[in-house]
Design a protein around this ligand. Sequence first.
Ligand code: C2E
Ligand code: MG
Ligand code: MG
Length: 312
Amino acid sequence: MAEPLLISASIGVSCFPDDGHELDKLLKHADIAMYEAKRAGRNCARFYLPAMNLALDTRVALESALRQALSSNALCLHYQPKVRLADGALVGTEALLRWWHPLHGQVSPDTFIPMAEDCGLVNALDAWVLEAACAQLASWREQGVAIQAVAVNVSPTRFQQDDVAAHVHSLLLRHGLSAGQITLEMTERLLLEHEPRTADQLNQLHAMGVRLSIDDFGTGYSSLSYLKRLPVSELKLDKSFVRDLETDADDRALSSAVIGIGRALGLAVVAEGVETEGQRRLLIEAGCEIAQGYFFARPQSAQDLQTWLKLR
Ligand code: C2E
Ligand code: MG
Ligand code: MG
């Protein structure tokens, strides 16, 4: 039987004469409003507002600055330790992208990654991050620094290209790393897309020995069936469940449930955003073994991380 075809529309509206007297201007403003409707989650309508034009100008300027930053090596990586909750031992690091804008200062990845996804720059960014993280891991090895593993965030858009597994493979060879030293963190959004190409790439990566981790677990449209279909090694308990652990019984119940799912499926569970001793204790009681958070260490430059390691 034929699959039903579902169509939705994102609609932008501009009104004569307030939004323009000429057809060109009215269409341009309706187009800007339509992009706002898409950004608001699609399948809705937005009326044009002059502020949208301003927001668009700012975005265009930021996008071109980000392009410039990528081509002129003005980006850098910070690394946050992943530690074993029981004794604080370092089990790996997560590479987090940092962008210092000459006018705006530090721009948060929560702002520029979605922007890079929209303007088609995220694949180049993610490829750059992977290369830089592998080079750093190799450099730590050469200096005898005891950091054995790095996790890298990968946007779902990156998997629309077929070369993720081949790219990782070539980097491992070039830097003399083993596949088990690399974890790719992706969000549930990717796994819900049911793209055969994505599953194929994930299976290739898994066959090579690369670890696959589900970031921000529990905040997407959790359909647990993908945990059965796809070769996942790790779940990351989102920091929104960890933040109020000490005061909110619902968050304690949800965290325990996620940790239980992970353990039952033989997956590592990493708690994100641990800031207090109380959160650490509750996570240990719930059976969680690994965590990240300001309580242990903030994301920091490779050099600062080495100093942090020496001082412990
Ligand atoms: P994420 O992968 O879930 O990273 C964890 C975020 O939590 C990081 O924010 C980190 O700085 C922050 N964090 C760590 N410990 C604590 C804590 O104790 N308390 C609180 N409140 N926050 C904590 P950041 O660096 O701003 O990154 C935000 C998001 O941007 C990341 O979330 C990730 O989804 C994305 N991102 C970062 N780097 C990359 C990248 O290279 N590629 C892609 N595609 N996405 C990236
Ligand atoms: Mg992450
Ligand atoms: Mg996360």
